[in-house]
Design a protein around this ligand. Structure first.
Ligand SMILES: NC(=O)c1ccc[n+]([C@@H]2O[C@H](COP(=O)([O-])OP(=O)(O)OC[C@H]3O[C@@H](n4cnc5c(N)ncnc54)[C@H](OP(=O)(O)O)[C@@H]3O)[C@@H](O)[C@H]2O)c1
Length: 375
């Protein structure tokens, strides 16, 4: 890479985008970063970035490598305001991580995840130096009819019918990806679709408690919408960020769609996860089977929630568990052959670092942890 070539990253104040920036700084690329941040001015943007990167493990020395030249103040919905910024002419790689990543029916989902993505493509397409535009999608954009009990292939085809998607979020991500392909055929587009990103291999759930609480809740309730031996595809954020950076920097890539996933090799069963939770001191009924329950019957657990997870509103938690239970019931793992073929090392299994996730959430009530996913 030419020393003048910049890497534009969106979503750097978030979980995955922030972890990607930390990896980039550690790789000696700080001076080549250009980070789109929502803020009143660049100084405030830099403050926001630094506090998120510190949460993701960046030390003082690494944080000091970022300065105002790395900050591009802007919002995906107002990119015309940054269009004249001269630094954009030096961008060779875009890593588009920013999104509204929520399972709630947020009114801005399409505006942010579809319109914002297309506006970024319009801002960058045709720029002479642009070599690669990485769109961070989601593996769940495949929808609910992709397969049953199988490894989902890294296919470019994504269905958009409402009943293909459990939540508007995955549909908006699929829509953004499809429209990028249709409307910007000349964009050097590569799509990376992470599976379920939970925790960090060294920091546990300190940077984000997103989704981990679901496993704690199933365990406390002794109930699950999948079979104990079904597998679930979970990856840690730092591994995911490392994979993004590796694919961003490679001279050539053999494919245009990649799952950033645990795949069949590193996905673990709910039984293995339960055993690892118990080994980490969470629950003590190691080895038993949870009650198998249909997502539509989760209301039967209201009393159990009230007794075993008293900090949570039973209605709220049962509604959330219904949603996550529908995802778990799909029994998906995501094929990652394309990723492994590029030389990216396989993801560490969830059970390898779950003890840290337990340790870093021990004193945080589930009702608090849930807030990460219902912004
Ligand atoms: N986490 C997962 O399990 C997972 C799994 C698969 C795929 N993904 C994908 O990975 C990407 C990152 O997810 P995440 O979990 O890291 O999300 P996150 O922590 O919620 O971060 C979202 C980021 O997007 C930024 N953003 C949102 N709206 C914006 C706008 N209008 N203009 C500019 N920036 C905006 C946020 O900025 P502010 O700080 O200003 O709000 C934040 O930096 C998303 O594309 C998501 O779909 C995530």
């Amino acid at each position: 890479m030419d020393s003048e070539e910049l890497i534009l990253i969106t979503g750097a104040t978030g979980f995955l985008g922030g972890a990607t920036v930390v990896e980039a700084i550690k790789a000696g690329l700080a001076s080549r970063l250009l980070l789109l941040v929502r803020a009143q001015d660049a100084a405030q943007g830099l403050d926001r970035l630094r506090s998120q990167l510190a949460r993701l493990g960046a030390d003082e020395h690494e944080l000091a490598q970022l300065g105002l030249p790395q900050v591009l103040c802007g919002d995906l919905s107002e990119l015309d305001k940054v269009a004249a910024d001269r630094r954009l002419a030096c961008v060779s790689t875009v890593i588009h991580c920013a999104a509204l990543a929520t399972f709630a029916s947020h009114p801005s989902l399409e505006k942010t995840n579809v319109d914002g993505t297309l506006a970024l493509a319009a801002l960058m397409q045709g720029r002479a130096r642009l070599r690669r535009f990485l769109y961070i999608g989601t593996a769940m954009a495949c929808g609910v009819h992709a397969a049953n009990g199988n490894s989902i292939p890294e296919s470019a085809i994504l269905n958009l019918a409402q009943d293909d998607h459990l939540v508007p979020y995955t549909r908006s991500k699929a829509n953004g990806e499809n429209l990028l392909r249709q409307r910007f055929p000349l964009l050097p587009l590569v799509v990376l679709r992470p599976s379920i990103v939970i925790g960090h291999t060294r920091l546990g759930c300190t940077p984000s408690q997103s989704i981990f609480w679901v496993f704690l809740a199933w365990q406390k309730l002794g109930a699950l919408t999948a079979a104990m031996d079904d597998k679930i595809d979970v990856v840690p954020v730092d591994w995911c960020a490392g994979a993004i950076l590796q694919l961003a920097l490679k001279d050539t890539l053999a494919q245009q769609v990649f799952h950033l996933s645990a795949g069949t090799r590193s996905s673990r069963s709910f039984r293995q996860i339960d055993t690892a939770l118990a080994a980490a001191g969470c629950g003590n009924i190691c080895g038993r089977d949870y009650e198998r329950i249909e997502a539509g019957q989760i209301d039967r657990l209201l009393l159990r929630i009230k007794i075993r997870i008293p900090d949570c509103s039973p209605r709220l938690l049962s509604r959330a568990l219904k949603l996550y239970g529908e995802f778990a019931g799909l029994n998906y793992t995501f094929c990652n052959d394309n990723l492994l073929a590029e030389g990216v090392p396989g993801a560490p299994p969830f059970t390898d670092y779950i003890g840290l996730c337990v340790a870093t959430t021990r004193y945080i009530p589930i009702s608090e942890q849930m807030k990460w996913d219902f912004k």
